[in-house]
Design a protein around this ligand. Sequence first.
Ligand SMILES: NC(=O)c1ccc[n+]([C@@H]2O[C@H](COP(=O)([O-])OP(=O)(O)OC[C@H]3O[C@@H](n4cnc5c(N)ncnc54)[C@H](O)[C@@H]3O)[C@@H](O)[C@H]2O)c1
Length: 356
Amino acid sequence: MTLRFAVIGAGMIAAVHADALTVLGAGCGAELRVIADVVAAQAAELAGKYGAEHTADVNSALTRPDIDAVVIATPSGAHAELAIAALRAGKHVLIEKPLDVTLDAADAVIAAEQASGRTVAVVSQHRFDRSTEKVTSAVNAGQLGALTSANASCAWWRGQSYYDSAGWRGTWALDGGGATLNQAVHTVDLMLAVMGPAVEVSAYTARLAHERIEVEDTAVAAVRFASGALGTVHATTAAYPGLDASLRVFGTRGSAVIAGDELTFLHTSTGPATEIAMSGSGPEPDHNQVTEADRLLPEERDLGPAHRAQLRDFIASVTQGRPPRVSTASAREALALVLALYESANTGRPVRLDTR
Ligand SMILES: NC(=O)c1ccc[n+]([C@@H]2O[C@H](COP(=O)([O-])OP(=O)(O)OC[C@H]3O[C@@H](n4cnc5c(N)ncnc54)[C@H](O)[C@@H]3O)[C@@H](O)[C@H]2O)c1
């Protein structure tokens, strides 16, 4: 079975989806049929590269009978409205991150998903990285022992020209936030996938290196998880010249570090852990179980392979009638944590999360 796709939005990330759908092709059950953008020239330019149809009539692309699945790749604050229109027309939907910018919008998508019986997934492509999969399976197998803490850090640089490149960037209404919701949400999502749900957050945010944006370019937060473990979030687009996004996870039997999508440290214990009374200035060299096979390949450094992996999972979830690996429920959790972080920064108080 081949799913015939419409891509809505023809900007930066839509190009990654168009390319991924073309590379996957019929062999993987994908056909890129139409690209729609409110800016007709934008749709025409991207569609031209991939031999797809194009239109500025977004509603027609969402509702055409020869479309089975829709990728929403527009500014974040427009995700829910478009996803709901597609679901009402009976389409399966893959939504770029974040799910939307408010919990009301996220819940409206979830309600439309349930009413339609169609599949909805939300992009969090780094869930499909080999590094993430290895850490998640070690954690699930109990090989890190009881998780005690985690650090999620996204220390990137975005020049003023990035924020000036489109009117929606850096606005509360359409970006929904700054470094935390737009950039660090990936690492926050990975942290939640590994650590389980968060129950409380206490945060500071600031705008330190950019002009003409409403949102933060720097945030720090302390997080308490339902398990009792603790975590930190550090999100910035003001770390010149741009460093990495990293997740560090610590447990009573092992620890793991993913930096720049690559597994750089892993220690697991499968039998009884050797007693270490005190660890001093760092792990012994033989404590790091990362092997050559864990190294990131040059071709894994761009967005393409991970997006292709998530699209493959989305197509398989539709054709096999199973849930996608990144569900709307888990995307809502990442959104809820980021929005609670903002509320805490605004009120100066810890904010509890509703874990439902
Ligand atoms: N997964 C990732 O790594 C990743 C990376 C970048 C962006 N994103 C997400 O992708 C989305 C788009 O980001 P971008 O950087 O591609 O933005 P962009 O500004 O480059 O492109 C957005 C496009 O959407 C079009 N558009 C706006 N409103 C529309 C509407 N109602 N209907 C149809 N088209 C509309 C615009 O004309 C523009 O061409 C955002 O939600 C962002 O968070 C995800």
